[in-house]
Design a protein around this ligand. Structure first.
Ligand SMILES: C[S@@+](CC[C@H](N)C(=O)[O-])C[C@H]1O[C@@H](n2cnc3c(N)ncnc32)[C@H](O)[C@@H]1O
Length: 265
């Protein structure tokens, strides 16, 4: 068992802050040593200090980012957001937007953008729409593209959606679901670091930026939110996590419902 010294921990804090903007508090020391322990073995290094010296270069740097990010998510998380979106698309201010464009800006393993895509397939039959999912972690994006999940993640599915939009695994795939090809093909995944200038993604009617701001310092939150809002159309909606807030982060959007903000039309 390798020991992570306080000095090495500070270097990991600096590494993930510079790479992703993530602030790891001192309470996260056990998490860092636990998540990286296997990599020391895989890379055949004898200490966390030696492992740190590998993080200057491409591949291991991405692996360390993958391991130090928290990717917890599930389908139709915070169902009120999806109810709100349904209402706006079918009868509210987003009715008639063509194509309707939605960005899941920290999409993790894909449950969030696929939930959005299922809702749009349901509400906008035959109409054009785009969903883009982005994340800093290459590992979660790979899992997202596969669209293959454990059935444990289905408790928030709206009635009928599982049958309509997913295939249930049989035999060796028992206990799993595969998002149907028609839905998978509509969602594009891309690696994007929100802590850097954004690539060209176009502009969006709705942006989900949920459960990622909590990992950022106030200064990083401000920069990330400003960047993200530059891609939100006037009159568009920004969703954040229910435990997050934009107080003192920006006044460019107005709070209209819990964790839902709107840019002036
Ligand atoms: C807890 S998950 C949230 C997933 C989903 N939005 C939800 O609410 O269920 C947070 C995600 O943010 C990603 N993340 C962390 N820092 C990031 C950054 N600088 N740029 C892009 N994504 C980042 C992580 O890789 C992780 O997948």
């Amino acid at each position: 068992m390798h020991r992570l010294s306080d000095t090495e921990f500070v270097q990991f804090q600096r590494f993930i802050f510079e790479a992703a903007g993530i602030t790891l508090t001192d309470a996260k020391k056990a998490l860092v040593s636990g998540r990286l322990a296997k990599r020391l073995h895989a890379c055949q290094v004898k200490s966390y200090g030696e492992y740190l010296s590998l993080l200057g270069s491409g591949l291991e740097r991405q692996t360390a980012v993958d391991l130090l990010t928290t990717n917890e998510t599930y389908f139709f998380r915070e169902p009120k957001h999806f109810q709100f979106l349904r209402k706006e698309i079918t009868g509210g201010s987003l009715r008639g937007a063509a194509p309707l464009r939605v960005w899941s800006a920290a999409s993790s393993t894909g449950e969030e953008p696929y939930s959005i895509a299922m809702l749009l397939s349901d509400c906008l039959p035959g109409q054009p729409w785009d969903v883009i999912g982005t994340d800093i972690s290459a590992r979660v994006l790979e899992r997202a593209r596969a669209g293959h999940y454990s059935m444990e993640r289905i408790s928030h599915f709206p009635p009928g959606y599982l049958q309509r939009f997913c295939l249930k695994g049989r035999d060796s795939q028992e206990g799993t679901l595969l998002v149907q090809r028609a839905v998978r093909d509509k969602v594009e995944f891309q690696r994007v670091n929100l802590n850097e200038p954004l690539p060209h993604l176009g502009t969006f009617d709705v942006i989900f930026l949920r459960n990622v701001l909590i990992y950022f310092s106030m200064e990083t939150k401000r920069k990330v939110v400003t960047r993200v809002l530059s891609l939100l159309k006037p009159g568009g909606y920004l969703f954040i996590g229910h435990s997050e807030s934009l107080i003192e982060v920006t006044d460019a959007v107005e709070l209209i419902s819990p964790a839902i903000y709107r840019k002036a039309p």
